[in-house]
Every structure is written in structure tokens, then in C-alpha cells.
Design a protein around this ligand. Structure first.
Ligand SMILES: [Zn+2]
Ligand SMILES: [Zn+2]
Length: 257
């Protein structure tokens, strides 16, 4: 069985954990080391058993803890080549030991134990942004977060996935009526911003996702409401789903303590 957990999602920190008992990986590391340990402990997991980290993009909520993790655990840190090449200053500031950095191209398959992991491009305002797909004999897991618009390739991948972590960042009405300045509202809505609840629903429908678990992630504090999203999803989504609230953790073993 492939255990999976949302250790946290949203603007204050993102990390996803997966383990089949032999191999354990993280997707994104937006927490301090202490906080990461605390969150892993909720799933009886530990940083000591991690084999690799895969990073979606260089925004701090996804990567600010990558350096401290790498300096404590000598594991490979995988990033898209373009995230490193175009953003050297931001990347260097993370303090990941160079010998642990693994640059990967989109579509290049990385094998870690029984997992075959590859990146696909996402449209976001951070160079070299990607999502990750974990192909394991037991599950096919897709992480699709931090993107302003979806692609045909992503729909095809989601159509074959058994577990989907999908961004539902904002409710259009709440964003419009909310306190953000116009430029920020436009940035969030843009093709390089974030997915709205409606866009997430459209994606689910158009991709034909029919897996066993769907997690709505990366909800905005200000421009979304998990109860509203849950109500809307009930009428529109036929697969079992979980709406992930900020600062809570979720996984195959249910919402942890
Ligand atoms: Zn983010
Ligand atoms: Zn981002």
C-alpha cells in the first residue's frame, strides 16, 4: 500500500508525503525542520526515513525548508532544470548543498524504489514551475498545484491517476469582493496565478478523473472558504474527496490528530 498524506497546504507551507514502507518521499518542503518533523510524526513517519525530495517551484511556501532538510539528511533534492537556471539567486539562498541537487527535465523519469516519478509543466509566476506524478504499482498520484490554467497533458495524466491533489485556491466571488488590491486580484486570476474552485471543478470534469481519492489543496486564507468549497463539491464531484484546511493534515489514515 502506498500511504500518502497532505502534511500542509496553503500559503503558509506545503508538503506532501508518500511511502510504501520501503521508500518514502516528500513533494515540496515549505516548513521548518521542527515543523516538518512534527507533522510527519502525526503519521508515524520521520525525516530519517525520507529518500528524496521533489520541489514544484521556488516560492517560499513550497521550498523554504528544502535547504535545512538537505543539510540534515543527505538525500537528493529534485528540481526542474529551469527553476535553477533562471533563478539562481533565489535558488542559492535556499542553501541546498550542491552535491544533493538533482536537475530534472520535464518528463524525465526518476526511479526511487518502486516509484517512477516525473514532472510536467505548470503555468505559474515562478520560472520552471512543475507538478509531479508518482507512478507506483499500487497507485498513480498526481500533484497539481500553483497554476493559473490547466493543459490537455494535465487532463490526460489526471484521467489515469488514482489519487489527485488539486489546487482550489479561491472562490471567484470572494476574491472579487475581498480586500486585495486590484493588481493582486488580477495576478491571482491570471494564467500564471492560481486555480479557482470553478476551474478545479472544470478540470475534474474535463479530465474524467475517476480515482479513489481527491484532495482539494492550497486554499487561500482570504479568498476561499472550505465549507463553501465542500458544499459546491458535493454536487459536482462523484469521487471521494477531502477539502484540506490550512494547518491541518490529511492522509490515507484519515485526518490525523
Ligand atoms: Zn503556493
Ligand atoms: Zn506558487
Amino acid at each position: 500500500m502506498l500511504k500518502r498524506a497532505v502534511l500542509g497546504s496553503g500559503s503558509s507551507g506545503n508538503a506532501y508525503y508518500m511511502s510504501d514502507g520501503e521508500t518514502s518521499i516528500l513533494l515540496d518542503q515549505g516548513f521548518s525542520l521542527i515543523e516538518l518533523k512534527r507533522r510527519l510524526a502525526r503519521f508515524d513517519a520521520s525525516v530519517d526515513e525520507l529518500d528524496a525530495l521533489f520541489v514544484t517551484h521556488l516560492h517560499p511556501d513550497h521550498v523554504k525548508g528544502a535547504g535545512i532538510l538537505a543539510r540534515n539528511r543527505e538525500i537528493p533534492i529534485h528540481l526542474h532544470t529551469k527553476a535553477i537556471a533562471r533563478d539562481t539567486g533565489e535558488f542559492t539562498a535556499l542553501g541546498i548543498p550542491p552535491n544533493q541537487v538533482v536537475e530534472v527535465e520535464v518528463g524525465e523519469v526518476v526511479r526511487v524504489g518502486a516509484m517512477r516519478i516525473f514532472a510536467f509543466e505548470t503555468s505559474h509566476d515562478s520560472p520552471g514551475s512543475v507538478g509531479w506524478y508518482v507512478d507506483h504499482p499500487d497507485e498513480r498520484v498526481m500533484l497539481l498545484t500553483d497554476l493559473g490554467e490547466t493543459t490537455e497533458e494535465q487532463k490526460e495524466l489526471a484521467g489515469k491517476a488514482s489519487v489527485l491533489f488539486l489546487e482550489a485556491n479561491y472562490d471567484e466571488g470572494m476574491l472579487e469582493a475581498g480586500p486585495y488590491p486590484r493588481f493582486l486580484k488580477n495576478r491571482i486570476r491570471s494564467g500564471k496565478g492560481h486555480l479557482s474552485n470553478d476551474q478545479a471543478f472544470t478540470f475534474i470534469e474535463e479530465s474524467g478523473f475517476a480515482g479513489k481519492e481527491l484532495y482539494f489543496v492550497h486554499l487561500s486564507d482570504m479568498n476561499n472558504d472550505h465549507r463553501l468549497l465542500e458544499e459546491q463539491a458535493k454536487g459536482l464531484v462523484s469521487t471521494p474527496f477531502v477539502v484540506c484546511e490550512k494547518n491541518r493534515w490529511y492522509g490515507t489514515i484519515g485526518a490525523a490528530r
